[in-house]
Design a protein. Sequence first.
Length: 320
Amino acid sequence: MHDFVQPLGQGIYAIDTGFQRPRFDAAYLIVEAGRAAFIDTGTNYAVPRLLATLGDLGLGLDTVDWVIPTHVHLDHAGGAGLLMQSLPNARLLAHPRGLRHLIDPAALYMGAKAVYGEAEMLRSYGRLVPVPAERSEASSDGQEITLAGRPLLLLDTPGHARHHHCIWDARSRGCFTGDTFGLSYREFDTELGAWALPTSSPVQFEPEVLQASIARLLSLQPTQMFLTHYGRVGGSESEVQRLASLLHDQIGEMAALAAAAPVGEGRHGFLKTGLEAIYLPRLHAHGCRHSVLELLELLDMDLELNAQGLGVYLDRLARG
């Protein structure tokens, strides 16, 4: 089996998509009785790894029944159209607010280009391939689909994005959370366990709504969470609850930081500095032994995107 594939038990495999750096971005494959489903796809450049994973497991391209992006941000769904070209029997299931952007990705591409720029778009994501409308459907809140009889429950979970759903797998007592349950990088693991931070990347961060979505996931009493960034966390219900408390506290601190931000040119720098002041003490208290410079390097993209997202959130509040 390729070294970018991690078996997690109960027919679940984490696939490192290779986006940005190792152990940063995961797609998941669920296998049940010879049938398969992908949850999140990574970018176009991840597709060879996803297809290679099927080969590693002796699964044909025709065994994949579902491709399910948690939301349409490109590190989660950018490769969906290209992947679908290789999977003759697969149907794509996306949040109703996001599906049209996968069928016609022009607006999605332009929105991401406004954040990242043309050169970075081509380097990191490539040209987006449309998903055929006739092979796609919108999810609904509370919808249950099956994979060879294995139930998968779709839950509307806004707060990070309004086009976000999570997938509950009762078999594993685990939830595929996209970005709703935050980010948890393995470089931050210590003897105290994993550490997590929320993501407010542009453009639909809503603090109270996100906290409600996290609470909804906890109501299922999960023992593990499968994060896109990165991998499985938890191991027990109490450990999942500990991580949720970290997220709730930080979401509140991020909202308070945004409320204190100045109006005008210095706002973005204020927000980035304020986010550093939220994360760094918490990481040191968690026992991380990386230097401040190493921590800031690992958090560089998230500091930038979270500050941008808080800025968009403030602009939306100002417009009423």
